[in-house]
Design a protein around this ligand. Structure first.
Ligand code: ZN
Length: 130
């Protein structure tokens, strides 16, 4: 898993420059690996109509889904301060999370690895529709 995390961190470091964050001045990047082993990355994209802002995680997730991917096995969220994923991103992740999804939260200095179930327990999920 260490190599996968390094790969995702490098993708984050490469894409964070594309962050469009003139309002918050907070640049965030995210990169993920799907259960098929493919990787996708994204950065936050703000809007003057703040509610239209989208987080880096959801950009990466939607890029993967729009390419036909179905399940996320590892996701890295990278920012200067090491921000964790927000509530809406956790909810979107829950829809497409592999059973053992790991969430890596990091910054320039280090990172922490979390089990998704630990940071978003008892989520509202598609299981309720079965
Ligand atoms: Zn978010």
């Amino acid at each position: 898993m260490k190599e996968d995390i390094e790969k995702l961190e490098n993708l984050c470091r490469g894409i964070i420059k594309n962050s469009y964050s003139p309002y918050s001045k907070i640049k965030v990047a995210s990169a993920l690996m799907t259960s098929t082993g493919k990787t996708y990355s994204g950065c936050n994209i703000e809007n003057s109509s703040f509610s239209e802002t989208i987080c880096a995680e959801r950009v990466a997730i939607f890029k993967a889904l729009s390419e036909g991917e179905k399940e996320i096995s590892l996701i890295y969220i990278f920012s200067e301060k090491g921000f964790p994923p927000c509530g809406p991103c956790r909810q979107v992740l829950s829809e497409f999370a592999a059973k053992d999804l790991k969430v890596v939260i990091g910054n320039e200095k280090d990172h922490q690895i979390h089990n998704f179930d630990d940071i978003y327990p008892n989520s509202f999920s598609k299981e309720f529709f079965k």
